[in-house]
Ligand binder design. Sequence first.
Ligand SMILES: O=C(O)CNC(=O)[C@H](CS)NC(=O)CCC(=O)C(=O)O
Length: 272
Amino acid sequence: MSHNLAQCQRLVKGAVEAGAKALFLPEASDYIASSAAESVGLCQDASKSLFVRGLQKAARDNSLLINVGIHEPTDPPSKRIKNTLIWIDKEGEIAHRYQKLHVFDIDLRPNGPKLKESDAVEPGHETVPPYPTILGKFGSLICFDMRFPEPALRLRRQGAEGLLYPSAFTVPTGKLHWEVILRCRAIETQSWVIAAAQCGRHNEKRVSYGDTIVISPNGRIVGRLDHVEDLDDEKEDAREPDLLTVDIDLDAVKEVRRGIPLLRRTDVYPEI
Ligand SMILES: O=C(O)CNC(=O)[C@H](CS)NC(=O)CCC(=O)C(=O)O
């Protein structure tokens, strides 16, 4: 965790030097464990976590908004933990919190991984209204949540101008689905999509696809970072986090929504 904090602090420094107003870090930026037991064992309350406290100090010292995915204990404590996305404001306070709704239980053997997030993670029970920032109102979702358009559409109805999908995607699903899904969420909600992604090898069992991406409300990819192409490539073991800087233009949201009004026929399909 101290290693991850140091990496994130480097990204804070880069963001501040670039004049950024906010920094978006991936899902599970505090740690990715090699088993459910290890993931639960490493989890600490945010008030005690050196990782979270370090980022709170970095936000305060630099007057920088930070959005970051972490693990937190349930309340009351249980055998499982929460996969959450928090906003740390410029004063260093945790100002917004979302708990991942959909947990990733998949079996892609023999050509891909088998993962059972529900062994360690308790799914959330609600979406949270968009968080207003100087860059616009952002709806919080996490990784696998992107496969479900319903919460994205709800956040849009609640005023979101951008959607957040911090992630640690698998390599096979990343190659096939990542860009397509995220562009769909941007186009159908006519919102910015920011998906900060873990990239490279975590341990013997886990590799993340990467491809951090920012998509305009019109579905255009305005920035992206590297992704994993070849699982046997040695550079996957020693990747350093990259920083992507992008201008978020809120007029683009208005323009796209004016040009193509998406008036839903909920009289015909009220269940959505
Ligand atoms: O394990 C942790 O600590 C952090 N959590 C994750 O990495 C999660 C659960 S394993 N990853 C995903 O949801 C990937 C989704 C995906 O790859 C897809 O939808 O195809």
